[in-house]
Design a protein around this ligand. Structure first.
Ligand code: 5GP
Length: 114
């Protein structure tokens, strides 16, 4: 079954898409933790970082390049931001379609706070 993120990427369910190309799609998190909270997702459905293969290298690199571009678009590049990829149970991953969080727009504090 397609992940919720695959459905957003395919336009089957609504998503506030801010960037899309042939490898990745980015849309606003439904439950933002900061003024800017965007998810950058490979169009290919890869469950977690553990399933990434060499064939996915271009998409993984594109996620970082998209993050840079979107941070500029959002006006948060100069002040800085945080990129987070959660993996599996201990990483507190909730949606099993690999994604990178782009979080910013305020000082974020230390990375691990609990
Ligand atoms: P994870 O814990 O897997 O790294 O993060 C999953 C993220 O996906 C959470 O921040 C959650 O708010 C977001 N999310 C879950 N379902 C949806 C959805 O249907 N649409 C959007 N835009 N974000 C979602």
């Amino acid at each position: 079954m397609a992940s919720i993120f695959s459905k957003i990427i395919a336009g089957e369910i609504p998503g506030d898409i801010v960037y899309q190309d042939e490898l990745v799609t980015a849309f606003r998190d439904i439950n933002p933790q900061a003024p800017t909270h965007i998810l950058i997702v490979p169009n290919k459905e890869i469950p977690t970082v553990n399933e990434v293969t060499n064939a996915d290298e271009a998409a993984m690199g594109r996620m970082i390049l998209a993050a840079k571009k979107i941070a500029e678009q959002e006006g948060i590049a100069a002040n800085g931001y945080r990129l987070i990829v959660n993996c599996g149970n201990h990483g507190h991953q909730e949606v099993f379609h690999l994604h990178m969080h782009l979080v910013g727009g305020r000082p974020l504090g230390p990375m691990l706070y609990r």
